[in-house]
Design a protein around this ligand. Structure first.
Ligand code: ZN
Length: 134
């Protein structure tokens, strides 16, 4: 890999992203609400909308994650008769819904993180361009 030295490394971006901190300045300020990112970081003003193109993937990741972490385990519990079918169905419905709500802000942050791990030079602190040509 022949990259110029990065002020903020991929490791920094991952460490910040996992905690839902801004990849550019490392402060909180990315989330406008539980379900929405700010257009720009409240602390450093980094454009968060730029990586917004991939937010559309957030909900589908949530569905897959809820199937893997909620529905599949519930199916096993029902299959092995740990849970009744009724309890399993209710747990599957409300569990997966609750799971998506619970992890939603984390998914938003991780999408931003993933974008900047892939393109660390896009960060303003790493000399990223303000506008994109594409
Ligand atoms: Zn910031």
């Amino acid at each position: 890999m022949d990259e110029p030295a990065l002020k903020i490394t991929r490791g920094d971006i991952v460490a910040r992203g996992l905690l839902c901190h801004c990849p550019n300045c490392g402060k909180r300020g990315m989330l406008a609400s539980w379900f929405r990112l700010n257009k720009a970081c409240l602390s450093c003003g980094m454009d968060l909308a730029r990586s917004a193109g991939i937010y559309s993937g957030t909900t589908s990741i949530g569905y897959v994650a809820s199937i893997v972490f909620v529905i599949v385990p519930v199916c096993f519990l029902v299959a092995f008769k740990v849970l009744s079918v009724t309890a399993g169905v209710l747990l599957g419905i409300f569990g997966s819904f609750g799971f998506i709500v619970l992890v939603y802000p984390v998914m938003l942050c991780w999408m931003v993180m993933a974008y900047h791990v892939a393109l660390p030079t896009e960060l303003p602190a790493n000399g990223g361009r303000e506008g994109r040509d594409e």
